[in-house]
Structures are given as structure tokens and as C-alpha cells.
Design a binder for this molecule. Structure first.
Ligand code: MN
Length: 234
């Protein structure tokens, strides 16, 4: 048996609806600018005919389960929510055809890609990596996973988010610039997708800042809901 100098970090995992076993999370991929109105509000419109999807990652250790209270994070004064559909991968896939992506999908979840927007935009505008803005502790919030079952490859359904009960984001999965088959086919050109990988598929328009004491709730039709409470500043 391997001896370690100190206890290894625990395996990040999520509950699965209707199943006792938990879903062990491997990597977390996030899609940038995947709804036109959000791309416009960020000042970077997307022309699908001349561009491809792009990605950033969050360490699996940033995962937080829905219902948590997280501290208002260090180093920011513009802490934003982004409501997203999450695709949970359940089978390996490399260079997968769009017509074959369903076999890779274990299920879906409702997620929040929490963002230190001020740090992200400084990095973006200076051509630097987004890590400080995106890949920070407790920034990947996720609901329980819903097995795909009869949902199939989701192509439409309401996605929305509220802060303290007030609507902030209201859209439909049908507005994704790159849909699930296109995303999995493209991402698998660059990575060997593995069971346990999560893909945050991008956020619609209406992103905004939250403060200590705020309660975020969001949902994806047919998948479920996610909630997060913002605690005191660290
Ligand atoms: Mn996002």
C-alpha cells in the first residue's frame, strides 16, 4: 500500500439522483461565450461562421455542492454568477462524431461558474490566462447529477437564475451557439474525454455581481436546480 507524507486530497464527487453511488469528478471544462447575448454583453460578439468554441478549466478541487454557503472570495470586488447547464461524461471518448456523442453522456446537472470578473477581464485584456478569475476555490458549484435516461441529448429547455428571488438570467438551451453534439465532438479533438469529466456549457446574458448575504438560485428545465449562499468576506 502506498504511503503518503500527508493525507491525499479527497476525491471530489457529486450525488446522483436515484443512485446510492456518487459521481467522482475528474476534470472540469468550461465553455466561454456560448450564448450570443452574453458574448455581446461581454463586448466580444461571436461569429460562428469564422470561429470555434474555446475552453478554460477549473481544478476539480474547486467543486462545491449545491446548497453550500461559500465565503465572498479574496482578491475581487466584482464577484459574478454564471448559470450553466453541466454535461457529465460517463464513458471515454476521443475524436467523437457529433452523431455519436450520446454514448459519452452520463447525465446532466445545473451549475454555477462563479467568476472574479474584475480579475478575469484584466487577464483577458492583457492576453494572460484566466485562472485568477475563473479557477479559484469553491468556484464550480454543481447540483446533483440527473442520469440522462429519457432526456437524451438536451437541445432545448429553460435555463434561469435568480438572486434573492429576483430574475437575473432567463434563456433557453436552444440559444447555445455550439450545442452539446458540437461541443463534445470539438472538445474530444483535443482531449481524451473520461468518465467523471464535467463540461460547463456556458452562460446566457444577464450575468452580474453578488454580495455577502445574497442567495443565488437557478434551474435548468428537466434537470433540476442549484443554490448558493454568499457568506462573509474572507
Ligand atoms: Mn461560464
Amino acid at each position: 500500500m502506498t504511503q503518503y507524507l500527508f493525507a491525499p486530497a479527497p476525491v471530489p464527487s457529486l450525488a446522483v439522483r436515484g443512485v446510492d453511488a456518487r459521481f467522482p469528478v475528474n476534470r472540469i471544462f468550461c465553455v466561454g461565450r456560448n450564448y450570443h447575448a452574453h458574448a455581446v454583453e461581454m463586448g466580444r460578439p461571436v461569429d460562428k461562421s469564422t470561429s470555434k468554441p474555446f475552453y478554460f478549466t477549473k481544478a476539480s478541487s474547486t467543486l462545491v455542492e449545491s446548497g453550500a454557503t461559500v465565503p465572498y472570495p479574496a482578491g475581487t470586488s466584482n464577484y459574478h454568477f454564471e448559470m450553466e447547464l453541466v454535461v457529465a461524461i460517463g464513458a471515454p471518448g476521443f475524436r467523437v462524431k457529433e452523431s455519436d456523442v450520446q454514448s459519452l453522456i452520463y447525465g446532466y446537472a445545473a451549475g454555477l461558474d462563479m467568476t472574479r470578473r474584475d480579475l478575469q477581464l484584466v487577464a483577458r485584456d492583457q492576453g494572460r490566462p484566466w485562472d485568477l478569475g475563473k479557477d479559484f476555490e469553491k468556484s464550480a458549484v454543481c447540483s446533483q447529477i440527473v442520469p440522462m435516461g429519457n432526456l437524451g441529448v438536451l437541445g432545448k429547455g429553460a435555463i434561469n437564475l435568480q438572486v434573492n428571488g429576483q430574475a437575473k438570467q432567463t434563456a433557453d438551451l436552444g440559444q447555445l451557439i455550439w450545442n452539446i453534439p458540437e461541443l463534445l465532438a470539438d472538445l474530444s479533438q483535443y482531449y481524451h474525454l473520461q468518465p467523471g469529466d464535467l463540461i460547463y456549457t456556458g452562460t446566457p446574458e444577464g450575468v452580474g455581481a453578488v454580495q455577502s448575504g445574497d442567495v443565488i438560485t437557478g434551474s435548468v428545465e428537466g434537470v433540476g436546480s442549484v443554490a448558493l449562499t454568499i457568506g462573509a468576506k474572507e
